[in-house]
Design a protein around this ligand. Sequence first.
Ligand code: FDA
Length: 366
Amino acid sequence: MYDYLIVGAGLFGNVWAHEATKRGKKCLVVDRRNHIGGNTYCENVEGINVHYYGAHIFHTNDKDIWDYVNSFVEFNRYTNSPVANYYGELYNLPFNMNTFYQMWKVRTPEEAKAKIQEQIEAANIKEPKNLEEQAISLVGTDIYEKLIKSYTEKQWGRKCVDLPAFIIKRLPVRFTFDNNYFNDRYQGIPIGGYNKLNEALLEGIDVRLGVDYFKNRAELDASAKQIVYTGQLDEYFDFKLGYLEYRSLRFEHQTLDTPNHQGNAVVNYTDGETAYTRIIEHKHFEFGTQDKTVITHEYPQEWTPGQEPYYPVNDDKNDKLLREYRKLVDAETNVIFGGRLAEYRYYDMHQVIGSALAKVRKHFGE
Ligand code: FDA
């Protein structure tokens, strides 16, 4: 008899399993996929760790979380510095002095600020009514037109004038020549890929892969005293209140017979004609020197039930449904719900690890 059945071998489930095992408990982890790691899973192709479910860059301001992950695997010094491609024009991201020089040939922060301010004033937007007006009132028309508009429309599958203003609260603008996308103190990629982290978390723990909890529910429930559930919240309750909606993605992985395709891990395509939003070249996450390279085209997609769920849609309709499902969660006494799917919220990796550690401590009364 196990103390815990953990449904889902993603970061939440794996951290929980590791911590419970450390506290002398016996755990069984099951996942319906044929690998561990959830969405952080890397597939090794030509010696390159391919981020199979989308680019994953670890970043955090929390020293405890950074020390925690580094206790399982060493991280490299990768710094996320994406490049935007707008009809062949290249711009550094996030918006910084390099971007402004490329856009307007301005060389000083004063000149850049004046250019942005001039465009904001010309647009004369007093109360932004939609995402387009909000973005223009923050960064002006040039940056909006070339680097925000079409990229955002591809991501959301809707026109910026039809998207609410609140989606963009701030648009970080940096008046230094600094292409580091994140402001966090710590950042990197596990040396050898994310599988190393997940394997270390699950070391010595029973794992069954290719096992769908719902297809084996009675047997699995009987095998453990308590359940930690990290799958989709609505699925746990057999979708009885309706479907929580997601935005989905489609990834097309491709191996190329060249050592270096685009010179950067992440290139965003910000024009309206290219159907994909990004090309990821995975070897650059780990400074790879292999003869070949693997790239992934990322296409945003409408989500229909049964498709891979990626980003929760936290609009009024789904938030209301979420509140109803949460009432059912409260009535479920022997199950701990955690992670991005069971909580129906977007978590970065450091956040989901933090959440798992906090729930473990609470559970064990520490
Ligand atoms: P995750 O989804 O990883 O794991 C849940 C597991 O449960 C899955 O393996 C699933 O198969 C399994 N499961 C579900 N139902 C089941 C059932 N019925 N039976 C058995 N198993 C079941 N974060 C970050 O910090 N930096 C980044 O750069 C990115 N990039 C990024 C890109 C994209 C495209 C996405 C969608 C997300 C990111 N993230 C990210 C976020 C990161 O992926 C996320 O924080 C973690 O994967 C969350 O881990 P979980 O364990 O919650 O879920």
